[in-house]
Design a protein around this ligand. Structure first.
Ligand code: DNO
Length: 348
């Protein structure tokens, strides 16, 4: 296991020297943020990020994300051009020592929360989701906290209409087409792909979503068995679906989990929840049981504390403050150390 933390590059308000002070931290998870989706990242930009990390004594072995162009998800003729660029990005990442690329295949939107400043009684804040707030949104004038604002309202409507009528099966076929096309580049560069689950793991606005349940993973690995086809096990995303048994899934897929996002959430009713500090007792995700399932089943990937709260008066990017993620990293490192040592003793 290697403990990492997300760092948003030179614009991140959290200095790398502070990240280095978190004990047990091996490296940063980052990306090139100023190149449009679908284009090749200049290798110089990757090298610059790597050098900044290295100067602070940190590695850069995970990229999150190399985004997938919508034409690939839509299966449009232009997809082959975008897939070529994606392959080049994989090769370039491999050249600078990246071992794992996190990506997602959610149409149009990435993660969805309805409030970025949910107030806890102790004065801390976190992200939260309410079904009523979500379904109260005007589909013709969509604005949600944290969403990609790079589309104009017209562009967004046009893109949404391109997905009209697309089935889960069609989207899945487009994912398989993409993966089969990039696997040779992954082999050449020795880079593992780690698909991030849909967050939350159900369809939104009639858009199909296909990575959120156990059977989705079975189908994915059956369709593309190549070992470079793996997953990002995000406990906050998968955990929002009450139908998912996370420790069971962690055990079952441990060998395919190249990256784990460990995050806590607490349900306030059947569908609504807020995110919380990482400890098991703070929510509905049994972080201990998940870590144990990973360790017992030979997990050997990267871990990062995911969305933390904003605590101690910090005003950072929602979910990505320093303090609570640092506490989370230490808690998770402790769980891994204890679980792995107990296992070793047992196996002596
Ligand atoms: C949210 C993140 C996601 C994730 C992408 C991966 O905080 O976990 O935005 O980076 O879905 O492609």
């Amino acid at each position: 296991m290697k403990m990492t933390i997300r760092w948003y590059g030179e614009k991140d308000c959290i200095p790398l020297s502070y990240i280095k002070q978190i004990q047990g931290m091996s490296g940063v998870v980052t990306a090139v943020y100023d190149v449009p989706v679908g284009e090749v990242w200049d290798i110089g930009k990757l090298l610059r990020l790597k050098e900044l990390a290295a100067n602070a004594g940190l590695e850069m072995e995970v990229i999150e994300s190399v985004p997938v162009h919508e034409d690939i998800k839509l299966g449009k003729p232009a997809r082959d051009k975008y897939i070529e660029a994606y392959k080049q990005n994989i090769i370039n990442c491999g050249k600078v020592g990246v071992k794992c690329i996190c990506y997602n295949f959610m149409p149009v939107f990435d993660w969805v929360r309805t409030n970025l400043h949910y107030k806890h009684e102790d004065g801390s804040e976190s992200l939260s989701y309410s079904n009523d707030d979500f379904y109260g949104l005007d589909r013709n004038n969509l604005r949600l906290p944290g969403w990609d604002e790079s589309y104009t309202p017209d562009q967004l409507q046009k893109l949404l209409s391109e997905y009209d009528g697309m089935t889960h099966e069609e989207l899945f076929e487009n994912l398989v087409y993409f993966l089969n096309a990039i696997m040779p580049a992954c082999g050449e560069a020795d880079v593992n792909m780690a698909i991030h689950p849909d967050d939350p793991p159900w369809d939104i606005f009639g858009l199909p979503r296909i990575v959120g349940r156990e059977e989705d993973y079975d189908r994915l690995f059956a369709a593309v068995p190549d070992k470079h086809n793996g997953i990002t096990f995000c406990t906050g995303s998968l955990g929002a679906g009450r139908f998912n048994d996370l420790p069971k899934m962690a055990a079952k897929y441990a060998g395919r989990i190249y990256f784990a996002h460990l995050r806590q959430l607490k349900f306030t009713n059947d569908t609504d929840f807020y995110e919380n500090g990482h400890q098991t007792q703070e929510g509905n995700v049994d972080i201990y049981a998940i870590v144990r399932a990973l360790a017992e089943n030979g997990f050997d990937g990267y871990v990062r504390p995911d969305h933390g709260r904003n605590v101690w008066g910090e005003s950072a990017k929602p979910g990505y403050g320093l303090y609570d993620r640092a506490m989370g990293a230490c808690y998770l490192s402790g769980l891994f150390e204890a679980t792995e040592k107990i296992l070793k003793e047992k196996n002596k």
